[in-house]
Design a protein around this ligand. Structure first.
Ligand code: ASP
Length: 614
């Protein structure tokens, strides 16, 4: 080895030892003419090198010798640029000025001669500073990702990711799961995105698809009898651009046989807890459950951030639109917006009654942005003196406002924010507004982890545009027992009102979905019916899925599973943030490009011809 120690490990106990270190020159500082400091960096840390340029000479040494020693030392220091790779041999000594911020801050390695340094490789000046806060922009750092990865925050993310992976594997190994690889060159697996395809040279004009997930393979492994399977596996989805979505990403893919939903939830809740314990030394309490219906109703989204309350309150009179026989707080007051809206709902922001006109205008603009899409924002201020003031005072007297405030359990000092409009869109907008207010009020605590299971997802959704049913999770998800009849007799209905539910579940941490799965269909006939409900013809079903339908004829056990987004799990566990790119060594940018490789790129004519593409 070229080194005896790393740049992160020398302490006071090593004082007096002659050591050899290798690393990258982070900085060099010249102090007058006789002393230089080098910060030497590697993956493990930084060690200060104290270079006495005057050298170490005996009394008998001539002045010329001393002079030339000093000159060659100075030359070397002047030559050493940032990011040069060097080896240094010297003695560990106690530092005079200690640095409490780094583990090696009590010592330095002392050298006296240029001979103590071997330049292992030179470096051009890097295009951005390799520091915690770099001066390089996104695109530049992506282009030189290998340099970006030298920066401590990104480097630590990847090392922590390794730890998460190890904890996951440890848990699965302990619980009897077998790690089995499945192929990448396959036929489409429907997870709702477009496939990436690969042309086959040996079969001109034909294509493989890259897996959107190993879904069908893991089910086939259950048919084979492997009963507990997992794989940390790359998946590929050609989806439309969205911030921080990667066309290739990693899943922790899992499947179990002879289980019901409860068994699956229990097993994988255990995995998440194990990871948090191992990586962050945190003991998470039991994960609560919430139905999909409640998540949508109270949080406006299927992945609620439950670190804070501020639940959505529905003001729409139900069941009668005109309010007869039900509580009617908002309709029939002459306010057309509320009279006409399919849904009227709001949230109560505690202690925000003192929001200024300007703040409210700004919030109104915020909800009107195309991403949120609300028509406007209504509000009621419950003033400190007990009076109520609203944006629709023209139509509502104070007693009516008070009734609404009661519905929100609002008290003096609170601000009620109301949105109205088409059901789905308004619910979603309310969910977004809730999160935004959570942010503004500092309620989304970085040190808090609220995990939960969202259960009872609908099996199918009616798509108005295409006039057909879509699988909410994927077509292999089993309907709940009580909804079997619908699968045969009810599916011709063209709306989601009575659509069946599935034993499908998502796991959510702080408003981020980190995984999802379901109990599967394991019966050929039901699977065929599912394809029929989804609008596939017999021929299409045969052509695309005969392999799994055939397999179901040879003793398929009841089974179910889940897949976690590994990148997302890492970003949540490590930093409680939803930004996966910083946890992937070589990610793609927002347009799906690898700017370092400059890929995708055209291929030459010869290659095209070979592939039968021309
Ligand atoms: N294959 C599913 C997915 O990728 C997960 C599962 O159902 O296990 O979302």
């Amino acid at each position: 080895m070229l080194r005896t120690h790393t740049c992160g490990e020398l302490k006071k106990e090593n004082e007096g030892q002659i050591v050899s270190l290798c690393g990258w020159v982070s900085t060099t500082r010249l102090l007058g003419k006789s002393l230089a400091f080098i910060d030497l960096r590697d993956r493990y840390g930084i060690t200060q090198i104290n270079f006495n340029l005057l050298g170490k000479f005996s009394e008998n040494d001539s002045a010329e010798k001393k002079q030339s020693g000093w000159e060659s030392n100075l030359n070397l220091i002047n030559k050493l640029g940032r990011e040069f790779v060097i080896q240094v041999k010297g003695e560990v000594v106690e530092r005079k000025a200690k640095n409490k911020n780094i583990p090696t801050g009590e010592i330095e390695v002392e050298i006296h001669s240029a001979d103590a340094i071997t330049i292992l490789n030179e470096s051009k000046t890097p295009p951005f500073t390799i520091e915690d806060e770099s001066d390089g922009g996104d695109e530049l750092r992506m282009k030189y990702r290998y340099l970006d990865l030298r920066r401590t925050p990104i480097k630590n993310n990847l090392l922590q990711r390794h730890k998460v992976g190890q904890a996951v594997r440890e848990y699965f190994d302990k619980n009897g799961f077998a790690d089995i690889e499945t192929p990448f060159l396959i036929k489409s697996t429907p997870e709702g995105a477009r496939d990436f395809v690969v042309p086959s040279r040996l079969n001109p004009g034909e294509f493989y698809a890259l897996p959107q997930s190993p879904q069908t393979f893991k089910q086939l492994l259950m048919v084979s009898g492997f009963d507990r399977y997992y794989q940390v596996v790359r998946c590929f989805r050609d989806e439309d651009l969205r911030a921080d979505r990667q066309p290739e990403f990693t899943q922790i893919d899992c499947e179990m046989s002879f289980v019901e939903q409860e068994d699956v939830l229990h097993m994988f809740e255990g995995m998440v807890k194990h990871v948090f314990k191992k990586v962050r030394n945190l003991d998470l309490p039991k994960f609560p459950r919430m139905t999909y219906a409640d998540a949508m109703k109270y949080y406006g989204v299927d992945k609620p951030d439950t670190r804070f309350e501020m639940k959505i309150v529905d003001l729409t009179p139900n069941p009668s639109p005109k309010g007869e026989g039900s509580e009617n707080l908002v309709r029939g007051k002459g306010f057309k917006v509320y009279d006409d809206a399919e849904l009227i709902g709001g949230i109560c922001a505690k202690d925000c009654a003192e929001y200024t006109r300007k703040q409210l205008d700004e919030l109104t603009e915020w909800v009107k942005r195309p991403q949120i899409g609300a028509g406007g924002l209504g509000y009621i201020k419950y003033n400190a003196d007990g009076t109520l003031k609203s944006s629709f005072d023209k139509f509502f007297d104070e007693a009516s406002l008070k009734k609404i405030a009661e519905k929100f359990s609002a008290t003096t000092g609170d601000l009620i924010l109301i949105l109205a409009g088409a059901e789905t869109k308004t619910r979603k907008a309310l969910g977004e507004l809730r999160l935004e207010m959570g942010n503004r009020l500092g309620l989304r605590d970085k040190n808090k982890f609220e995990c939960l299971w969202v259960v009872d997802f609908p099996l199918l959704e009616w798509n108005e545009e295409e006039q057909r049913w879509f699988a909410m999770h994927h077509p292999f998800t089993s309907p709940k027992k009580e909804d079997m009849d619908w699968m045969y007799n009810g599916y011709t209905e063209k709306n989601s009102a009575h659509a069946p539910k599935a034993n499908a579940y998502d796991i959510v941490i702080n408003g981020v979905e980190i995984g999802g799965g379901s109990i599967r269909i394991h019966n050929k006939e039901l699977q065929q019916q599912m394809f029929k409900v989804l609008g596939l013809t017999k021929e299409e079903t045969e052509q695309k899925f005969s392999f799994i339908l055939n397999a179901f004829e040879y003793g398929a056990p009841p089974h179910g599973g889940i897949a976690f987004g590994f990148d997302r799990l890492c970003s949540m566990v490590i930093a409680n943030e939803d930004y996966i790119r910083d946890y992937i060594a070589f990610p793609k940018n927002n347009s799906g490009r690898d700017v370092m490789l400059d890929s995708p790129s055209p291929i030459d004519e010869k290659q095209k011809k070979e592939l039968g593409l021309k």
